[in-house]
Design a binder for this molecule. Structure first.
Ligand SMILES: [Zn+2]
Length: 447
């Protein structure tokens, strides 16, 4: 395939915006960037995809999400509104996940991935929970990843909150799935995994120890860290240690591990996250919605922590997460100089790409020869000059997800001219609608 007539944003470092060149995609890889004439002559049989003057850029990457949360949309929480995050967990998330069966695990993954593709996401890191449908749940989601064409990292959130038996089931599900991926059943690099853990506050020493002992040595862990002060106080009560110190004691933190949130970590914990090379993911919309505070990610980046951007399942519109990141740090610090556009880009583009490249063991997140062909077209018509020096502000103030017209993952076009290619959107939505009734019923039955 030859992509012609696009303005190519490479998101290399330094970033380049290339006009008047075309991209040769063969298989799942970007092979060459050259003049259209040269490519057409040398590769006469390749299909031509005309970008019609649109911006052509790497697809968006989400570093932390929850497909299973899809059915929370429009769901009323019975009784008084939760007044703090621990209540939100017990009244919403820990009741909603119990209402999921195998069918709704699949349909929640489908609607989330559909939404992601529509909004220009090409790579997602999911964190799954379905306590009443644990065994093989990652296979159910992997099949949706397979059929949809997206790229995703999957794991199961191990927790003690539903008893020892369910904790063991969660551990077994991670181990089973890690073995499968390690055997090479990874959809040509579109599927990856880490070992999932819920959060320190729902994990006993015994479960942490067991998880570490059965996970392969090189395995990373995907876990929520200090999202609310409750996590820190629980850890101090249990162990006399703060959350990051406690997890580090169990060797949970390493260069492949993913720590979501890190809102309430202190200076020592930031130092440990930096020294262990743990990825931290920032999700400001979720943090604002739960009123848990905002992680000091600017300090973390200065301390050498690898900070990425996720959405926590909030909605698959990563540019909205960019915009929130850009705004909220100015507000909480009462300083419009905080969180510049390039700080957002460092997380959302460069660190997300680095994490994806490491986890999928493939070059992901830039438009250069050799990189995976994860590409989107954006129909953005700037009315002021746009160059690599001011691109972040054009995205923050000008680009919207409705401008994404084409999404390609691993060289395959999943959406073209805003229409899904091989995905039956109507059927997916109607299946999900059917299964939401049962999910909501089983949710409400718990109150
Ligand atoms: Zn989360």
């Amino acid at each position: 395939m030859i992509i012609t007539n696009g303005k190519i944003i490479t998101w290399t470092k330094p970033n380049e915006i290339i006009e008047g060149k075309s991209i040769l995609v063969q298989g799942n890889v970007i092979k060459r960037i050259d003049d259209e004439e040269v490519l057409r002559k040398k590769y006469p049989r390749e299909e031509i995809v005309d970008a019609l003057g649109q911006y052509v850029m790497p697809g968006l990457i989400c570093a932390h999400t929850h497909f299973y949360g899809a059915y929370s949309r429009g769901l009323a929480i019975p009784g008084d509104a939760p007044a703090a995050f621990p209540e939100i967990l017990s009244k919403l998330w820990w009741s909603l996940d119990k209402a999921l069966d195998e069918k709704s695990v699949a349909s929640s993954a489908w609607v989330s991935i559909l939404d992601a593709i529509k909004h220009g996401n090409t790579c997602l890191f999911d964190h799954h929970a379905s306590p009443n449908a644990i065994p093989d749940s990652l296979d159910v989601i992997a099949e949706v990843v397979n059929q949809s064409g997206i790229r995703a990292s999957l794991c199961y959130e191990v927790t003690d909150r539903d008893g020892e038996g369910k904790a063991r089931e969660g551990i077994n599900e991670n181990v089973r799935f890690i073995k499968k991926i390690n055997k090479g059943e990874n959809l040509d690099g579109r599927l990856a995994t880490v070992f999932g853990l819920h959060a320190s506050l729902t994990l006993s020493d015994k479960t942490l120890e067991q998880s570490r002992s059965v996970a392969p040595t090189e395995s990373g862990f995907h876990i929520h860290i200090a999202e609310h002060t409750a996590d820190e106080y629980d850890s101090l009560n249990k162990s006399g240690l703060r959350v990051v110190d406690r997890l580090n004691k169990f060797n949970i933190l390493n260069e492949k591990s993913i720590a979501a949130h890190a809102v309430h970590v202190d200076a020592k914990e930031i130092d440990i996250l930096s020294k262990t090379k743990t990825w931290v993911t920032h999700q400001p919309r979720s943090n604002m919605n739960n009123a848990v505070g905002i992680g000091n990610v600017e300090s973390m980046m200065r301390a050498g922590v690898k900070v990425c951007l996720g959405n926590d399942g909030f909605s698959n519109t990563m540019w909205d997460e960019w915009k929130t990141t850009y705004l909220v740090h100015k507000l909480v610090n009462l300083d419009p100089r905080r969180m510049g556009g390039f700080d957002v880009v460092e997380m959302a583009i460069y660190q997300n790409a680095a994490m994806a490249s490491q986890h999928f063991n493939l070059p992901i997140g830039s438009i250069v020869p050799g990189a995976q062909a994860d590409i989107i077209f954006v129909d953005y018509k700037p009315f002021t000059e746009l160059h690599s020096g001011n691109l972040p502000w054009h995205i923050l103030f000008g680009m919207h997800h409705s401008m994404v017209t084409m999404t390609m993952v691993a060289g395959k076009i999943l959406m073209k001219n805003k229409e899904f290619v091989d995905i039956d959107e109507e059927k997916i939505i109607s299946d999900a609608y059917q299964s939401h009734k049962g999910v909501w019923e089983r949710y409400n039955d718990q109150f």
